[in-house]
Write a protein that binds this ligand. Structure first.
Ligand code: SF4
Length: 397
């Protein structure tokens, strides 16, 4: 089925807002709440959501916006079976967990294998960097537990990607960061930066200009080490930049700048779109970023609320400004609404710290292409083994 809107490729579903750890840069405001998405709510929710005219032949469900593994495998067994039962027969649904890894056990590994779940672990490199920010609720570092969870996945032969938040400290130590991924056989890394959103209202990365230059130097060194090493470590940012450059000026689209491409649903069936981080947040210029509830509202009502919202108008205005003003627009497609709102005060704006990350990644790849032809770089990257890339443009967690 097709519709006037873009295809939804990603559903970010919140099984619970609760998180068992307490990262200092976390943007989630309700991470102490133990509410959960019940099967009673999930049934009508998925019945409606999976039949939206924007959901076509396949979709990925990312269980996130809280720590998904605080709920047991039995919970997901029942949930996934329910989804299989209510989904249109022609729809392919793939599940994905983005987790802090601290709760992974052999039982989780069996479950992950059984359902072929795409897994992302949030780990910020070695303990000396990870433990500065990713704290247990008692204030101690969470590295040891996350590392144990990661090793359990590896022992079970499960491939996964890693999301690492780069901080001003780790950016200065590309050698230590590279060694960590190489020694531990991590075969796909996504670098996020410490963002400024929701409950995390001031990021040092965003507010200190040193971050920008350090990021470029970091990535350059990391790539150099990777090419020199036996153990190549693929990096999402490099792959994205290379893909954008290889598209030869065909404009890239941006999932976070187009309504319905990503739909985010909280554990009470409230729905949002554009950047997944917007779900559950509020801003003085926009209020809550919710456009309805799947238990009471139909697609027409929700889509009308989205397209008549200030957010929708401002995101479009922001994309137009980007198109007019930014030399990187063709490679970016207009940026993430959440970053624009929480850094610049409005979605009708342009550059953010996340943009500068993209720009510096492109610069690093262009530097590399100056030394090697683009096709050789692409071939070299493509022939390296790696885990499946993440299904989501997930920030931060
Ligand atoms: S300003 Fe940022 S969001 Fe806008 S096109 Fe440039 S890189 Fe993308």
């Amino acid at each position: 089925m097709t519709s006037a809107f873009c295809q939804t490729s990603l559903l970010v579903v919140q099984p619970t807002p609760f998180c068992n750890i307490n990262c200092t840069y976390c943007y989630l405001p309700h991470r102490t709440s133990t509410k959960r998405l019940s099967l009673e709510t999930a049934e009508p929710l998925f019945q409606k959501l999976l039949r939206f005219p924007t959901v076509w032949d396949s979709v990925t469900v990312v269980w996130h916006a809280g720590e998904p593994l605080v709920l047991p495998p039995d919970y997901y067994e029942a949930m996934f079976q329910l989804i299989e039962r209510v989904a249109p027969p022609s729809l392919k649904v793939r599940h994905s967990f983005q987790t802090n890894g601290t709760l992974i056990t052999p039982a989780w590994c069996d479950f992950i294998k059984k359902w072929n779940i795409n897994v992302g672990i949030s780990i910020d490199g070695p303990a000396e960097f990870h433990d500065n920010y990713r704290k247990m609720r008692n204030g101690t570092g969470s590295f040891e537990r996350t590392y144990k969870g990661m090793k359990a996945l590896q022992d079970a032969g499960i491939s996964f990607h890693v999301i690492s938040v780069l901080t001003l400290e780790s950016l200065l130590q590309p050698e230590k960061m590279f060694e960590f991924y190489a020694v531990n056989g991590i075969d796909y890394v996504c670098f996020n930066i410490e963002e400024q959103e929701g409950a995390h209202s001031r990021s040092r990365f965003v507010n200190e200009t040193a971050g920008d230059a350090s990021y470029r130097a970091f990535l350059q060194k990391f790539l150099e080490l990777s090419f020199r090493s036996e153990q190549f470590v693929p990096v999402r940012e490099i792959e994205h930049a290379l893909r954008a450059i290889a598209a030869h000026g065909q404009q890239m689209s941006n999932e976070e700048a187009e309504p319905f491409r990503i739909l985010s649903v909280d554990c009470e069936a409230n729905i949002s779109t554009f950047s997944p981080e917007l779900l559950g947040l509020e801003h003085h210029a926009y209020g809550k970023f919710e456009f309805g509830n799947l238990l009471t509202d139909n697609f027409e009502k929700i889509s009308h609320r989205i397209t008549s919202s200030k957010l929708y108008a401002d995101v479009a205005a922001g994309v137009s400004k980007c198109r007019a003003e930014c030399a990187y627009f063709g490679l970016c497609g207009g940026g993430a609404a959440a970053n624009k709102i929480f850094e610049n005060g409005s979605a009708a704006s342009t550059e953010t710290a996340s943009c500068r990350k993209l720009m510096r990644s492109v610069d690093v790849v262009l530097d590399l292409i100056e030394k090697l032809p683009a096709s050789a770089v692409a071939e070299e990257l493509a022939k390296r083994n790696r885990a499946e890339p993440p299904a989501a443009p997930l920030h931060q967690l």
